[in-house]
Structures are given as C-alpha cells and as structure tokens.
Design a protein around this ligand. Structure first.
Ligand SMILES: NC(=O)c1ccc[n+]([C@@H]2O[C@H](COP(=O)([O-])OP(=O)(O)OC[C@H]3O[C@@H](n4cnc5c(N)ncnc54)[C@H](O)[C@@H]3O)[C@@H](O)[C@H]2O)c1
Ligand SMILES: O=c1ccn([C@@H]2O[C@H](COP(=O)(O)OP(=O)(O)O[C@H]3O[C@H](CO)[C@@H](O)[C@H](O)[C@H]3O)[C@@H](O)[C@H]2O)c(=O)[nH]1
Length: 426
C-alpha cells in the first residue's frame, strides 16, 4: 500500500522502517529540512539500535523516500499516518499545534479519499475533534476516515518493539477503515484490539499511567527498604514472580523520565480535571517521581558529609540507555540539583556531548571520575554496570559510588575498596 508518514521523529522513522520492511511504499515527510537532508544522506537523525541500517536498506530498494514536500504527499497518498509531536503545556494540557497544522494542510489538499491514521498520543476525544474540524473546514465526510492507532514502542528498543507488538490497537467508527489498518499490519501476526477513537486514546494513557505507577510504587518501597536494611531488588524479584504482578517495570532507581511518561500523565490528569475527576493516584505517582532525585541527593549529602564545593561525577545523561534522548531525563534533573547545592559536575554519556546546563563533559567514563568526591551512575548504560572499579578508584579523590539505577554489583564495587551506596541496597 502507498502510505505517507508525517513526522520523522522516533515514532515516524521507526514506523517508516517497519512498514517499508513489511512491503509497503512509504513516503515520509517532515517540516524539519535538516532531518530530511540527513536522512537522504543515509543517516538517521536519532540514535535507535538497528534503525539507520533498516532505513538505508529500504531507501536503496526504493520502498522508502524522504522529502519535505508535504503538499504533494497529502495530495497523492491514499493513506496518511500522522506521527508528529504532542508536547505538554505548563498546565499539563497538550500542545496540538503540529497536529492542527497537519490537518489544516490536509483540509486544503483533499480531493480523493484519505485514510488518516493517528499514531501521535493525543488526549481523549481529540480524534473526534479532528474529525469535526475537517467537516467544519468544508471537507465532505465521505472523503476521509480517521483511525486512532496509538504506538507502544519504547525508545532504545523501538525497532524490536515495532516488529514484535503485544497488540495493535485500532480505534475507529468505520469498519472498512479498521479492515485496511489490519491489512497494513497483517504480516506482524499480532492480536488486534478494535475500539472507538476515544477508547484507543485512553488505552494509550492507561498503559503509560500504569507503567509509571509500577515504577513509583517500587521507588517509594525502596525508601521503606532503605530504613529496614532490606534489598529492594529482592523485593522486586519476589513480587515479580506473582503472575498477577509480573516482573517488568519494578526496577527502582532515580525514577522515570523521557518524552512520554511525564507528559502523558500530565495530559491524562488535565483531561480528568476538565471532567471534574480527581486523580489522586496520578498525583502521587508524579510526586514520588519528583521526590526521588532529592532522596538520592540527600543520601549522598549525608554519606560524603556535605555537597557544597564537592566535585561529583555523573555517568549517563539520557533518560534511559540505548538512546540519545535527554527529554525529561532524571539524570539531567539530578545534575541541575547538584549544581544548585554548590557542586561542580563532570559527566560522561556515550551519546550526549552537550547540554544546556553548566556541567563539564569528559571524553570517557574514567576521565569523568578524575578528582571527584563521589560518582553517581544515573543511567544504566551497559558499560557503566561493570567497569574497571580499580581504575575508577585511582581516578577519584573520594570513594563513594551512588548506584542511581540499582544496576551495580555491590560486591565488585566494595572489592575495589570503594564505598557502595544505593537506596534500598544495604
Ligand atoms: N518517542 C516515543 O517513544 C513514543 C512512543 C509512543 C508514542 N509516542 C508519541 O508519538 C508522537 C511523536 O513522538 P516522537 O517522540 O516521535 O516525536 P519527535 O519529536 O521525535 O518527532 C516529531 C516529528 O514531527 C515533525 N513535525 C512537527 N510538525 C510537523 C508538521 N506540521 N509536518 C511535518 N512534520 C512535522 C517534527 O519536526 C519532528 O521531526 C507523540 O505524540 C508521542 O507522544 C512517542
Ligand atoms: O523498571 C523500570 C522501567 C523503566 N524505568 C524508567 O522509566 C522511564 C521510561 O522507560 P521506558 O518505558 O522503557 O521507555 P519509553 O521510551 O519512555 O517508553 C514508554 O513510553 C512510550 C511512549 O508513550 C511507550 O510507547 C512505551 O510503551 C513506554 O514503555 C525511563 O526513564 C526508565 O529509566 C524505571 O525507572 N524502572
């Protein structure tokens, strides 16, 4: 099938690679000309394992083209898949500027039937609103169908996730549109969940809100473990064995970040408040996450007898490993708070070399440790999990290692003569 993908970000590019690989003809467009230029040179503008190779392969075999000619794409393609960003406003509401601009362009260029698939995460009833928008713009209702088809991939494993979805959610009031979307994905052999437009929107928010709740639950629990001298990782393993709970999203640490959980929880809370629904759980999940960075910093403060004037090494700036994304990263928040407490911060991240806060970047992880009073593992990149701790010890002035992701082997750290500190890690 001929599909135009609008938005060449994490979701748009991964979906472009997936659908081209499934045999469809993909035209992917973005308003950002620099991204399109890079893509046409065979380079991915984002770091996502396996993505660049897959994009290049499908560009070479003619299944995938990139351009910034949005109008031509809107005119020609019978299927439009929209994956533009939907960031938060300060009050938690969602900025729909990009989506509205796409729909404005569609309304001006529609002359034959369009199936419009919305992949972007949008607040409940947005898709209904978009449907009405096109009608009010004078577009004949028979000329388009809208399907809400939310995306569940994780950054860092986006390619794997999109080829192995646990389900494909398809929300629409049009049975024929639902059938077409099923055909697009049929080679994936994943179960379909058919629902309404708003049902699909809410399934996406429910998923992210529940996953974030699991993380904040275990993070709050790690503070309880901390007081009782019990290892929280053992608690996660134990409760995770119960199939009613499951082992995933029970890794305690500095908390969740990224472009999705914080934004989507805010959007859901805002939508509920608008309908006068109190969201006590969502508020608590957010509060635990916000407090978690302070809990770690206060623990370090006690351990090294004051933070002011100390040099702290932070390993990892991305919000999780295997990505270059620092949006809403807890590591970045940690660095900002350390600066406010009078520390100097030296950092190393395999994929980040600059950031808009006054911290120093070292060329490698060991040089980042040089002359520091303490070292914090803030993102669980594989290379930080089992480094040469003797080399780290020789580089540092102090000897405290704070395990911000509960991902280190404490015995290895101690064996090198270093002081292991974690939350809920006696
Ligand atoms: N990042 C994820 O892991 C993830 C996973 C599931 C769902 N989502 C949702 O998918 C959507 C996209 O997220 P993302 O992380 O890919 O965003 P992103 O910021 O990486 O990419 C969005 C792209 O859309 C482009 N764009 C904006 N306005 C445009 C326009 N009018 N015409 C053409 N292109 C335009 C931007 O230039 C950008 O390249 C969001 O709603 C997000 O919540 C994201
Ligand atoms: O046990 C865990 C699991 C994750 N995290 C943190 O949670 C954040 C989010 O991680 P993850 O969910 O793996 O990455 P995202 O790319 O943000 O993916 C989430 O957000 C996407 C955008 O909506 C959804 O599509 C995915 O299903 C959903 O997992 C990161 O900061 C992780 O460090 C933890 O602290 N403990």
């Amino acid at each position: 099938m001929d599909i135009c993908i609008v938005g060449a970000g994490y979701v748009g590019l991964t979906t472009a690679a997936l659908l081209a690989e499934l045999g469809h003809s993909i035209h992917c467009i973005d308003k950002d000309i620099s991204k399109i230029k890079l893509l046409n040179e065979g380079k991915s503008p984002i770091h996502e394992p396996g993505l660049e190779e897959l994009l290049r392969k499908n560009q070479q075999n003619g299944k995938l083209i990139f351009s910034d000619d949005r109008e031509a794409c809107f005119l020609n393609a019978p299927i439009l898949l929209i994956a533009v960003g939907t960031p938060s406003k300060p009050n938690g509401d969602t900025k729909l500027t990009a989506l509205k601009s796409v729909f404005e362009q569609i309304s001006r260029n529609i002359s034959s039937h369009k199936l419009i698939i919305i992949k972007s995460t949008v607040p409940p009833s947005t898709n209904e609103w978009l449907h009405q928008y096109l009608i009010k713009s004078g577009v004949d209702a028979t000329l388009f169908d809208i399907v809400s088809n939310p995306e569940f991939l994780r950054e860092g494993s986006a390619v794997y996730d999109s080829f192995h979805p646990d389900k494909i959610v398809i929300g629409s009031s049009s049975p024929s549109a639902i059938e077409t979307v099923k055909k697009i994905y049929e080679k994936l052999n994943a179960p379909y969940i058919e629902t309404s437009l708003t049902g699909a929107e809410l399934m996406k928010y429910a998923s992210n809100a529940f996953l974030a709740t699991k993380i904040s639950f275990i993070n709050e629990f790690s503070r309880i473990c901390d007081q009782y001298g019990v290892d929280v990782n053992e608690i996660s393993t134990s409760i995770g064995m119960d199939p009613r709970i499951g082992p995933h999203f029970l890794q305690s640490g500095l908390g969740y970040g990224g472009s999705c959980f914080p934004k989507d929880l805010d959007a859901l809370g805002y939508a509920a408040r608008k309908r006068r629904i109190k969201t006590d759980i969502l508020r608590a999940v957010k509060k635990v996450n916000e407090d978690q960075v302070d809990y770690y910093i206060n623990k370090l403060d006690k351990e090294i007898h004051g933070l002011k004037g100390k040099q702290i090494t932070v390993w990892g700036l991305t919000f999780k490993p295997n990505t270059d994304d620092t949006r809403e990263s807890q590591s970045v928040k940690l660095c900002e708070k350390l600066l406010k407490r009078g520390c100097s911060v030296v950092t190393y991240d395999p994929k980040v070399q600059t950031i808009r806060i006054p911290i120093d970047f070292a060329p490698d992880m060991y040089q980042a440790a040089k002359y520091s009073h303490a070292l914090i593992v803030a993102t669980d990149w594989q290379q930080f999990k089992s480094p040469d701790w003797l080399k780290v010890k020789r580089a540092m002035i102090g000897n405290t290692i704070l395990d911000g992701r509960n991902c280190l082997d404490r015995n290895e750290v101690i064996a090198a003569g270093l002081n292991y500190v974690g939350v809920g890690r006696p």
